[in-house]
Design a protein around this ligand. Structure first.
Ligand code: PSU
Ligand code: MN
Length: 306
């Protein structure tokens, strides 16, 4: 490996790594493709603030000028947020091309896990992970996030899987890959905008300490790969189940009619759901990210004690 050529860690994150402070990684596709400007930038900055207030160090990750950046500056976050869809959504397969071209890229859950792992960061907070799309048994549209969870040792705190996906198939895939799905204070897997999905998590965990201990046990015995930590959206920001289910069904129907495929699917559906719900889904989306950042900070704090 010749990492030094590509990996750039900010002074704040470098210092935190050296002094074994708790660190929480953050992705950048959620900024460029997951939310509109300016809410995307406001959210990204507030998430960092929440993590600092909780006593951990945020490390937002992206590709800029052909480098893997760990710990973006405010200006860099603003740049990615303003450029939005014009920034390349970069998952595992895109990384080598963007590095070679000295380009920019917004990292997905998969590529953020890769870069976090290279930097030595074990905890990552986001909104939702990618999964098996509805009809995935025919289209094979399965997010690279799931394969990454099967091999890269980073724990991802999310609000469960969105029902733009086939949640059942997503759980089956994760089971096959040996990825534990842990529910934070819940038996049921949350479905992003709602606290319920109709599917069970593998294990309910009651505290950040229990989660950190589980992560350590997995990696102590050399079981490489990630862990999904599903944190239900706070009750007050959860959406009405029937309303959001209908909105998502309509969005999926439109994506099929329009022939939306591949990496465009997830951003299309997110934007469509926001439009159909007249922006209500965006408010829920922002709040659940804040809640995940808080839990991820607590887990990172427990992990450094072990
Ligand atoms: N789900 C969200 N918001 C997002 C994404 C997923 O609620 O922004 C992004 C994440 O970066 C995730 C990616 O890794 O979409 C998955 O895309 P794909 O299905 O093309 O792998
Ligand atoms: Mn896909």
């Amino acid at each position: 490996m010749n990492l030094a050529k590509y990996l750039v860690i900010s002074p704040e994150v470098k210092e935190a790594l050296e002094s074994k402070k708790p660190i929480v990684a953050l992705e950048s596709t959620i900024i460029s493709h997951g939310m509109p400007y300016p809410q995307n930038v406001e959210t990204a900055l507030k998430v960092e603030q929440i993590i600092r207030e909780a006593g951990a160090v945020p490390a937002t990750i992206a590709l800029l000028n052909g480098k893997l950046i760990v710990g973006l500056s405010k200006d860099e976050i603003d740049y990615l947020g303003k450029k939005g869809f014009a920034v390349t959504k970069a998952s595992r397969r895109d990384l080598p091309v963007i590095l070679a071209k000295k380009g920019d890229g917004a990292t997905t859950v998969a590529s953020t896990m890769i870069v976090a792992d290279l930097a030595g960061i074990k905890v990552f907070a986001t909104g939702g992970i990618g999964g098996v799309h509805r009809g995935g048994e025919n289209t094979m549209d399965i997010s690279a996030d799931l394969e990454e969870l099967g091999m890269t040792s980073v724990a991802v705190v999310c609000a469960g899987a969105k029902s733009i996906l086939d949640i059942g198939l997503t759980l089956e895939f994760l089971e096959t890959k040996g990825v534990p799905v842990l529910g934070y204070q819940t038996e049921e897997l949350p479905a992003f905008y709602t606290r319920k999905s109709g599917f069970k998590v593998d294990y309910k965990m009651d505290s950040a300490m229990e989660i950190a201990t589980t992560m350590k046990a997995k990696w102590d015995i050399g079981l490489e790969g990630g862990i999904v930590i599903a944190n239900p959206i706070p009750e007050e920001f959860a959406m009405d189940f029937d309303f959001i289910t209908n909105s998502i069904n309509n969005a999926v129907e439109e994506s099929v009619l329009k022939g939306i495929k591949g990496k465009e699917t997830t951003p299309f559906l997110l934007a469509k759901v926001k439009e159909i719900t007249q922006g209500k889904s965006l408010i829920s989306n922002i709040e659940l990210v804040y809640s995940n950042a808080r839990l991820a900070s607590e887990i990172a704090k427990e992990l450094v004690k072990l």
